[in-house]
Design a binder for this molecule. Sequence first.
Ligand code: ZN
Ligand code: MN
Length: 481
Amino acid sequence: MPEYEAVIGLETHIQLNTTTKIFCACKADSWDDGPNTNICPVCTGMPGVLPVLNKAAVEKAVLLAAAMHADIQNLSFFDRKNYFYPDLPKGYQISQYDRSIARGGFMYLPLPEGARQVRIHKLHLEEDAGKTKNEFTSASGRRRLIDFNRCGVPLIEMVTGPDIHTADEAAAYLIRLRQLLRWLGVSEADMEKGHLRADANVSIRLKGSTVLNTKTEIKNVNSIEAVRSAIEKEIERQIREVEAGHSIKPWTLSWDDETQTLSKMRSKETEADYRYFREPDLLPVRLDDAWRAQILATLPELPLERRARFVQDYGLPAYDAEILTGERALSDYFEAAVKAYGGDPKTVSNWMMNDVLRMLNDRGLTATALNMTPAHLAEAIRLVDDKVINTSTGKALVPKVQDSGKSPKAIVEAEGLAKVSDEDAIRAIALQVLDASPAEVASYKAGKTTLMGWFVGQVMRQSRGKADPQTTRTLLEQLLQ
Ligand code: ZN
Ligand code: MN
């Protein structure tokens, strides 16, 4: 059987996290609001109204374009994309066509075989359309409801070049993109809430060939896992068709997450004619040098650069650096904690990966929700280093500091958690334990030495975790001889 390779293009729509919509003063994010609550004459296309461009949307677009290494344009235009659909009250979408805010660009995609540049074919600003919902009630039968809240929400449409070849790479691209969007602070990038939407174009060809064959488009995928599964299924289907001697039809397919299947939405025979023309109600976007410089001054160090620096400057393993740069706030936290601690950065990394991240994951939080300051973490580690408390007490401090906001030292004092390394105190507890467990003592003496762990555990429990485990073990061994 010949070997095939897939060519995948991802078309993403990214909801910018501006306070207001792109051309009016309505609230942009309606996730928690009822239908048709954040609308006005502008975003519902009433006659005689004029759109006014939201400066913040342009700034976020420029920031993203810079992070995608795109060529930011000093002059760009808005255009009308005309089509008829019930959720588009104006009868056109304000978008950018041939003179968009940025050209070209690429994103580095780290892959097992090395980083690959995924080229960006298109990056432009546009407004979102509304949402339609089908409803069936016994009283009114089938009806279609329209929610205009999303009309005029600022979007970036971004389309990749044909540089992605597997479902895993498509998923990896979206994971990186989501990380970057949150890192830049331009979008919440929550796929479940539609902040990041992805359609996938899929075609196959013989491995090594350079032709681009007929592609299909997959819509309705609202999680990265769904993108991966849908693309995998579609590649398999296309290979089966070609092997059976059939040709691939340019279908638009819809993914059903529940049944994990693709179904044909419509055949896409010809490209729709959107009759694009310049939006006459908006001025061209002029990005002068001063404004451009002001925006670019806010461009942070990007995740992959920071990851490389963590390996270089702190001597962290690549794995640690990858985890710690997963979120910008987390990587800032790490650097602040290293500074406060002053010791080996790898120690701080271990605490963060094992204890801080576990606590955040358990509670479904991200690093922005940390009450425990970097200085607190450094203090907890120091208390263990200085043998004031043992390691398990130190680890237990992490959620306590998070909940109380108190410093580790204050908690250790208030709860009397300081380690008992006083041998007489530990010996007294050990003797009590041995007295109370004659059967275990007998088995131990008869050769079941694995019971040592149990004895240590009993002493630790009686001392409420404060006994130094090493001292405890040594004392128990002496007493049992
Ligand atoms: Zn409005
Ligand atoms: Mn679009």
